[in-house]
Design a protein around this ligand. Structure first.
Ligand SMILES: CC(C)(COP(=O)(O)OP(=O)(O)OC[C@H]1O[C@@H](n2cnc3c(N)ncnc32)[C@H](O)[C@@H]1OP(=O)(O)O)[C@@H](O)C(=O)NCCC(=O)NCCS
Length: 227
C-alpha cells in the first residue's frame, strides 16, 4: 500500500542537515536516537513530484514514508498536551485537507530516528531503506499569509512530548519554522500568541527574538463555540 505521508528534508534540532544515508546510529541509554525535525508532506508535494519525474535534477530530497496511523496516533498523544480542551489530534481527513494546502500550510515533526544501514542510492529521491522514524515527539504548524503589501506567517500548536522537554526540540521546531517562513515564503514577520501561564513557551519565543506586543488581539468566536 502506498504511504500516506512523506517526512522530508531532515535537519537536526540545531538546524544542521541530517543525512540518514551516511549516519549509522546505535541506540543505547548513553547514546539515544538523534532527534530530527522533518517537514511532513503528502505524496503529491511539488518537490517530490519533481524528483520522481526528473531523474536529472541536481537537488536531492531525502524522504521517509510514513503510514497514516503512525502520524495520527502520535498527534493524538501530543495535542492533548497543548490544551485540556483538546482530547485528540486532527482526524486523518483534516490532516490531508490541511497538508493539501502546501503553499500556505506546513507541519513540522520532531522525531526520533533509528538508522541501521547505509545506502548508496544515486537517485535524486533518496529513500534510505535502513532508516526508520521510531517516534514522533513534537509538532509545530506554520501558516503563511500572502497579503497585498507583504507576506507574513503565524505559528500555531507548538508542542513537545512531556518525556522529551528541555532537550532543544521546541527551539529546533521553532527555528525550522522561522527558516521556512523567511527563506521559502519571504515573510517579513511571524506572529504567535501564548497564554501568560505558559512560562516555558514564552521564554522560548523571547529567546528567539519574539517581542511581546501591546496592540491587543481581537477575536470573534462563533457563538456556539464560546465558553
Ligand atoms: C513550550 C515547549 C514546546 C518547549 O519545548 P522544549 O523542547 O522543552 O523546549 P527547548 O528544550 O527547546 O527549550 C527552549 C527554550 O525554552 C525555554 N524553556 C524550556 N523549558 C523551560 C522551563 N521549564 N522554564 C523556563 N524556560 C524554559 C528556555 O528559554 C529554553 O532555552 P535554553 O535551553 O537555551 O534556556 C514545551 O514545554 C511544551 O510542549 N509545552 C506544552 C505545550 C505548550 O505550552 N505549547 C506552547 C503553546 S503557545
Amino acid at each position: 500500500m502506498a504511504p500516506a505521508f512523506f517526512a522530508i528534508n531532515p535537519k537536526l534540532v540545531d538546524g544542521t542537515p541530517f543525512d540518514p544515508l551516511t549516519t549509522t546510529t546505535t541506540t543505547t541509554n548513553d547514546h539515544p536516537s538523534p532527534i530530527v525535525i522533518w517537514h511532513l508532506v503528502l505524496p503529491s508535494f511539488p518537490s517530490l513530484s519533481l524528483s520522481f519525474s526528473d531523474p536529472t535534477t541536481t537537488t536531492t530530497t531525502t524522504v521517509i514514508p510514513l503510514e497514516s496511523d503512525q502520524v495520527t496516533t502520535a498527534l493524538d498523544a501530543l495535542y492533548p498536551q497543548l490544551s485540556t480542551r483538546c482530547s485528540a489530534g486532527p482526524s486523518l481527513d483534516r490532516l490531508n485537507t490541511c497538508l493539501a494546502n502546501h503553499e500556505t500550510f506546513s507541519l513540522f515533526l520532531a522525531t526520533e530516528v533509528f538508522s541501521t544501514s547505509t545506502s548508496s542510492s544515486t537517485s535524486p529521491l533518496q529513500e534510505p531503506s535502513g532508516v526508520r522514524i521510531t517516534k514522533i515527539v513534537g509538532a509545530l504548524t506554520l501558516v503563511t499569509l500572502n497579503l497585498l503589501m507583504k507576506s507574513c506567517a503565524h505559528i500555531e500548536d507548538v508542542v513537545v512530548d512531556g518525556s522529551c522537554r528541555g532537550r532543544g526540540l521546541g527551539k529546533g521546531l521553532m527555528r525550522r519554522a522561522l527558516d521556512e517562513a523567511v527563506h521559502t515564503h519571504s515573510c517579513v514577520m511571524v506572529d504567535l500568541t501564548s497564554n501568560p501561564n505558559r512560562i516555558e513557551a514564552r521564554t522560548l519565543y523571547q529567546s528567539l527574538g519574539f517581542e511581546l506586543r501591546d496592540t491587543g488581539v481581537f477575536r470573534y468566536t462563533v457563538p456556539q463555540y464560546r465558553k
